[in-house]
Design a protein around this ligand. Structure first.
Ligand code: FES
Length: 216
């Protein structure tokens, strides 16, 4: 996967999996985040821990342009600042109450979150159509071994399905698992999606088998 001393972008989710007004958990090599899209469509990536009592913000809810914690309802804006404390409706929350945020970009129907401070924008994935995401209990090295190919600098590995080439976009987690986004080439017949999905699942099984052998 791409890396640099200043930081890198990691593909945490597909756009289709984050409709407006929702929050989902996501992960990067730096830890857990609450990924949310406001009612107007703006995406934010917040640390997945409420500054009040530590509840996971990915268990919360989105109202309008804010993310609220499920526990006591503290609400946060896109920049991470606390906007409202329901138990103290007349109080303007101090600036010091804020949740850490990460830079986020949405491009080519993929949502990328920055780990550190990347020197450039996320890679372009022109010519691909995202299909689905799946999690592998295997590291990138095991996935590359199963695929018989190395990931390119953008984190893409190509595998062959019976209906054509399928691209896998890889994102490593801190616990050794890998999130795999399955991408179809734009000129692929959409009906090939089932075949591509099966090919990705087969590769995952192989990679997980290799990972178990490595661990023994
Ligand atoms: S723990 Fe989040 S509002 Fe209390």
């Amino acid at each position: 996967m791409p890396s640099a001393t200043t930081g890198f972008w990691t593909p945490v989710a597909l756009s289709r999996d984050l409709p407006a007004g929702t929050v989902i958990p996501a992960r990067t090599a730096a830890g857990s985040i609450a990924l949310w899209r406001s009612a107007s469509g703006r995406i934010s990536a917040s640390a997945d821990r409420c500054p009040h009592r530590g509840m996971r913000l990915s268990h919360g809810f989105v109202r309008g342009e804010t993310l609220s914690c499920i526990y006591h309802g503290w609400s946060y804006g896109q920049a991470g600042n606390c906007l409202r404390i329901p138990a103290h409706p007349g109080l303007t929350p101090p600036e010091t109450i804020r949740v850490a945020t990460h830079d986020v970009e949405e491009t080519d129907s993929v949502i990328w979150v920055a780990v550190g401070t990347p020197a450039s924008k996320p890679p372009k994935l022109d010519g691909f159509t995202p299909l689905r995401s799946l999690t592998a209990f295997a590291g990138i090295a095991a996935i590359e071994a199963a695929a018989g190919a190395k990931a390119n600098p953008d984190g893409l590995v190509e595998i062959e399905a019976s209906t054509g080439t399928v691209c896998l976009l890889l994102s490593a987690w801190e616990d050794g698992q890998t999130l795999i986004h399955v991408l179809l080439k734009a000129d692929t017949d959409p009906a090939a999606g089932i075949d591509a999905s099966r090919a990705a699942e087969s590769l995952r099984r192989q990679a997980e088998g290799l990972q178990r052998e490595i661990a023994q």
